[in-house]
Ligand binder design. Structure first.
Ligand SMILES: Nc1ncnc2c1ncn2[C@@H]1O[C@H](COP(=O)(O)OP(=O)(O)OP(=O)(O)O)[C@@H](O)[C@H]1O
Length: 270
């Protein structure tokens, strides 16, 4: 779905060029769930915007959804296949109601009115917003707006959704809702890139990519990352409670492959 090789990106900063991505290589297969993390300003947003055709790479190669993104036409075309959902999706909302918002994306598809109505009803139902189809979008909560953004992706049959720190401003129930929705879509075949700073979300992801200062520092499974790589300490990450307990078990000699990453795994282990 994504194949980046030695990808570089720089922005103009007065007379100088600011290097933001410095030789990123990553392959994401169709149907994968990958979590992406890294300190503020390390280049995560720049990378995902490049995947979505919004930034023009300055070097290396990048193909997304089978399209070579060095071509301007492909950078426009890729948005149909890969969509972003933001922390604050206000900027993404164009309609005054959820119904209108989803309809807007479908307008140029040449669908008959009845097919379009059925599609809108279906995708709003999938994200739990059927009852708010005609509500004023300004009355939706942050979590509901994110789910509306996901409904718009579903209406367009998006193959990959990149969630950009969507849980960072939500309460625990809202976090659980959007995470569950993303997991459901993943189970149905959508490729997911989940950008987050939350340790528990990294620990529960099958694959974790860690960026630092425009480079990829780690790309692999979370158990090795948290218990064997030494990177979390080097980056001064606060350990999630489950990982802290796992580290105590590790010190007592528990083998790496039995150390817990989730609360459920910890309960089972104890
Ligand atoms: N359009 C732009 N023009 C100039 N500099 C930019 C632009 N976009 C990003 N930058 C710079 O690129 C660097 C990486 O920013 P980016 O937003 O990609 O990081 P990030 O890891 O997503 O950060 P955060 O977690 O705070 O969102 C920063 O120094 C930022 O100021």
């Amino acid at each position: 779905m994504i194949r980046a090789e030695h990808l570089t990106l720089s922005f103009r900063d007065g007379q100088r060029r600011l290097p933001v991505l410095q030789g990123i290589s990553i392959h994401i297969k169709r149907g994968e769930w990958v979590a992406l993390t890294g300190a503020n300003g390390c280049g995560k947003s720049s990378l995902i915007r490049t995947f979505n055709g919004l930034n023009i790479p300055t070097g290396g190669s990048l193909s997304a959804a089978g399209l070579d993104l060095r071509s301007p036409a492909n950078r426009a075309a890729v948005k149909r296949h890969i969509q972003l959902v933001f922390q604050n999706p206000e900027a993404q909302t164009v309609g005054s109601t959820p119904f209108e918002d989803v309809a807007f994306g479908l307008e140029n598809r040449g669908l008959s009115r009845s097919v379009m109505l059925a599609k809108i009803e279906d995708v709003l139902g999938q994200v739990g917003l059927a009852h708010k189809a005609r509500a004023d979008v300004s009355t939706l909560s942050g979590g509901e707006r994110q789910r509306l953004a996901v409904a718009c992706c579903l209406a367009l049959d998006t193959e990959m959704i990149i969630f950009d720190e969507v849980t960072s401003m939500l309460d625990p129930a809202g976090r659980r809702d959007i995470l569950e929705l993303a997991r459901q879509l993943w189970a149905q075949g959508t490729t997911v890139l989940w950008v987050t700073q939350r340790m528990e979300e990294l620990a529960e992801s099958p694959r974790v990519a860690v960026m630092g200062q425009g480079k990829m520092l780690y790309d692999g499974d979370p158990r090795t990352l948290f218990y064997a790589s030494g990177l979390p300490d080097a980056l001064n990450w606060p350990a999630a409670p489950v990982i802290r307990i796992g580290q105590l078990l590790q010190a007592k000699g528990w083998p790496l492959d039995s150390l817990p990453l989730t609360e459920r795994a910890l309960e089972a282990a104890l």
